[in-house]
Design a protein around this ligand. Structure first.
Ligand SMILES: N[C@@H](CCC(=O)N[C@@H](CS)C(=O)NCC(=O)O)C(=O)O
Length: 204
């Protein structure tokens, strides 16, 4: 495999998904840190050479740049045990990764970032007005996950896949900032412990 460099911010769960995928697969990857809070992904240099979308994570493979956490995880895990062999299960794994990006991350991750890192007093009026709706939508996503996990150990199939990694990243830190209480979701809590017990697991 070509040299791998992760352009990241250590506070970001999107970046952690890629680091956890690499760790579970025993892949070596260099990390370069940028501060989202200080706007370091919005410099002309970053926009011109790393990601015109101004966001981390970006996985650099040799001299090519791959933004979007799900795409980067897929690149690393292609052909590995983290992607199911079965055609339906493979599509079902993508279903949960799309769910994570649409229903989970914009609510659970955004509220963590706003409340635990930006601070409630520093939010704009627009952001403050969005907090209650994001809390309702985030709890709906967590409830759906908890119901799914009530009868199974993993999101898809009989072992950990990228679906679990994608959803684990922001779920295990969902309580940071105080918007969510994981004690309401016992099946999620048991699943979090299963992920953390995987050989090669690394903390965020
Ligand atoms: N859909 C993208 C989301 C990336 C994203 O939102 N990155 C945030 C940090 S987690 C960021 O770079 N924010 C900085 C900014 O928007 O200026 C992914 O999954 O990688």
């Amino acid at each position: 495999m070509e040299k791998l460099v992760l352009h990241e911010d250590p506070i970001s769960g999107n970046c952690y998904k890629i680091k956890l995928t690499a760790a579970l697969l025993g892949l070596r990857m260099e990390c370069r840190a940028y501060s989202v809070l200080h706007g370091e992904t919005r410099t002309p240099q970053f926009l011109n050479f790393i990601n015109p979308n101004g966001r981390i994570p970006v996985l650099q493979v040799g001299d090519r740049f791959l933004p979007e956490s799900s795409a980067a995880c897929f690149y690393l895990a292609d052909g590995s045990r983290l992607i199911p062999d079965d055609r339906f299960d493979r599509a079902d794994m993508l279903r949960w990764m799309f769910f994570e990006q649409y229903n989970h991350e914009p609510n659970v991750a955004t509220l963590r970032f706003w409340l635990a890192f930006v601070g409630e007093d520093s939010l704009s009026e627009l952001q403050k007005s969005l907090v209650p709706g994001k809390k309702i939508a985030g709890d709906a996503a967590l409830k759906l996950m908890d119901d799914h996990l009530a009868t199974r150990n993993w999101f898809v199939g009989e072992s950990i896949t990228l679906a679990d990694i994608a959803l684990y990243a922001y779920t295990h830190v969902a309580e940071e900032g105080g918007a969510f209480d994981l004690s309401f979701y016992p099946s999620i809590s048991a699943w979090l412990a299963r992920v953390a017990a995987e050989p090669g697991y690394v903390k965020m």
